[in-house]
Design a protein around this ligand. Sequence first.
Ligand SMILES: [Zn+2]
Length: 352
Amino acid sequence: MSTPKPITRRSFLNQTALSGLSLAAISAFPAASLARVLQPSDAPVPPIGVLGWQTLQPGILAIADQSMGGNTMLVVAKDKALLIDTKFPHLGGAILRDAADQIGADTTSNDSIELTLINTHHHGDHTGGNAIIVPIASASYAHANALPRIKAQHERYVQGAKGGPSQIARERDDDKLMPFAKAAAEASASWTDITAVPKIAISGSGNTLRLGDVVVKTLHFGTGHTDNDLVIHLPEQNIVHTGDLVFNGLFPFFDPDANATARGWIESLKQTRKLCNAETKVIPGHGPIAGPEIIDAQIAFFEQLVARVQEQIEAGKTREEIAEMSWDFMNGLGFEQIKGRLLNGVYDELKG
Ligand SMILES: [Zn+2]
């Protein structure tokens, strides 16, 4: 695991605007470490599209760039595409452009294209582009508990889209991305509170979709990071997208308003781990793509966290005192500014 280095404070401020946080800094992994994971050979495949997708295997693309929000995956099966998560509002148009180009689809008419969207959960850095993509997608899914939460985030999406062009101007100076951000800012005036809401609710613990020949399983192992987590499993490709059940190399974002629970999170991770063998490619919600060891690391993190906080509660320490504590297993993790929030959340859970 690489040592994070501080970058892109402003991009995280945009993310925090969506997730309701107020934080000051961010860490992310050097691009080189990601390239090493994805391209073990000496002949790296160049990034694809407006947003620079990495190729995991033929027809499977992903973006794990922390400055762009939650990690996305794009599965291409001939003339059909499956998209997992949509990052921030100002990136939705570029994601759609890249997905449409992969399947040769025309997005200039009002007709839907053969694009299926699944959100791993409702958080704004994973659903921000929904308002642009849901209306044109042939199918769109999220867990049933996610739908009212996405609806309630309408104003955040609008504000995120309106601020997109100035954010890109500050951060990236990206001529390719800017037209999409401007279009999103303009379009946001017409968004209603249901524009971003996926059309189909997923319930139950497991469902199977088919994208051409590709089998796609959506799994819900109960409440963990949120009450609407979906793990996406491509069994034949041996790929798992964990959503935010895994923060690779980062402190996990703990959201009591979404009913987050550390003990449920551990259980969901253990179930997710059962989908994997040593060769499985694991796309975390945030941080670099790697193997199942990052699920093991997240389980170990939460198990130690729960044990340490419980010890401190039994030792009579207050909520405020515990929020200031650190232990060795936290060393080197990015997003340190959300540690206090995490410790408060686990304290409240254990105190019941
Ligand atoms: Zn999340």
